[in-house]
Design a protein around this ligand. Structure first.
Ligand code: FAD
Length: 278
């Protein structure tokens, strides 16, 4: 009887230990897998629009509040989020967007959105007023940024393709331990189409040895001293870092531009590893 009781006590201790180990392991996995910040990669979360600033006739900056004034969004640098809305016919639409803010901006995040007359998600943003909520899911994207992962980035952006470039550039320049140089070529149709121009010019002034920006316009105004037409092979050769294992060229623009840039880069000897398209 005594032997049976001591055996039983031993079994109970082992069972308790096993349950404790299982609970500890689950808790560890919960903590490590739990997304940091306010985003959830599996489900849409709603964020309140607290400020809408019209920047031009078809571009606006949208500021969304996070749950508390000290919350951070938690979007890794160079990644984007899926935003869900309704088009003019009331049908659901989901599109990717990159905030222009970083996790050093606490309590909120901002999107700079260009709204196209026929654009489906553009309609949703056009209709949004302060106090409305936007459904957001993320993070998304293959780009993984680490400080000093390359010696230099060349960036080829077109239109709204500037937002991921701006985010990566800000992260690099705001980190005093990051020595990466950034050479941006930014293409648009008209001068009014250039997004974040003031912010980009300020970065170029404040970090003259680490960041340069060259604007290219299809329809330049009189006296324009930037590039004219489309981004050319010569522009890339002159302004971007030459092919090397420790550089990378990032691309983000409308599909025809991305295609044209990929062909030029291949022609100039940039390997697949030396390029990334957002
Ligand atoms: C990684 C990533 C990040 C992005 N970040 C941003 C961002 O921060 N801000 C932002 O405004 N957009 C961003 N975009 C673009 C965004 O995802 C949508 O494609 C854009 O808002 C248009 O969607 P839509 O549904 O309104 O237009 P759609 O219904 O897809 O298009 C309707 C019409 O709009 C016009 N159109 C659409 N897109 C373009 C374009 N790029 N250039 C020229 N004409 C166009 C065309 O005439 C098209 O026929 C990003 C895209 C990617 C891939």
């Amino acid at each position: 009887m005594e032997l049976f009781q001591s055996h039983r006590a031993e079994m109970i201790s082992i069972a308790v230990a096993l349950v404790a180990i299982a609970a500890g392991t689950s808790y560890y996995y919960y903590l490590t897998k739990k997304p940091k910040g306010c985003l959830d990669p599996e489900s849409f979360k709603e964020f309140k629009l607290v400020k809408r600033t019209q920047l031009s006739h078809n571009v606006a900056k949208f500021r969304f509040s996070l749950p508390t004034p000290t919350s951070v969004l938690g979007l890794p640098i160079g990644q984007h989020m899926s935003c869900r809305g309704k088009d003019a016919l009331g049908e659901e639409v989901i599109k990717p967007y990159t905030p222009t803010t970083l996790d050093s901006d606490v309590g909120y995040f901002e999107l700079v959105i260009k709204m196209y007359p026929q654009g489906r998600m553009s309609h949703h943003f056009r209709e949004m007023s302060e106090g409305d909520y936007l459904a957001v899911k993320g993070p998304k994207g293959r780009f993984k940024y680490q400080p000093n992962q390359v010696r230099a980035f060349g960036m080829l952006a077109g239109g709204t393709g500037i937002t991921p470039m701006f985010q990566v550039t800000r992260a690099i320049l705001e980190d005093s331990d990051d020595k990466t140089n950034v050479h941006l070529i930014y293409a648009n149709v008209t001068h009014e189409d250039i997004l974040l121009k003031e912010e980009l010019d300020n970065l170029a002034t404040n970090f003259p040895n680490r960041f340069s920006v060259y604007y290219v316009l299809n329809q330049p105004p009189e006296g324009w001293d930037g590039g004219i037409g489309f981004v050319s092979k010569e522009m890339i050769q002159t302004l971007c870092p030459a092919p090397a294992p420790d550089i990378q060229i990032l691309r983000c623009g409308p599909p025809p531009m991305n295609k044209a840039m990929a062909a030029i880069l291949a022609d100039l000897g940039y390997t697949r590893e030396m390029q990334f398209q957002f």
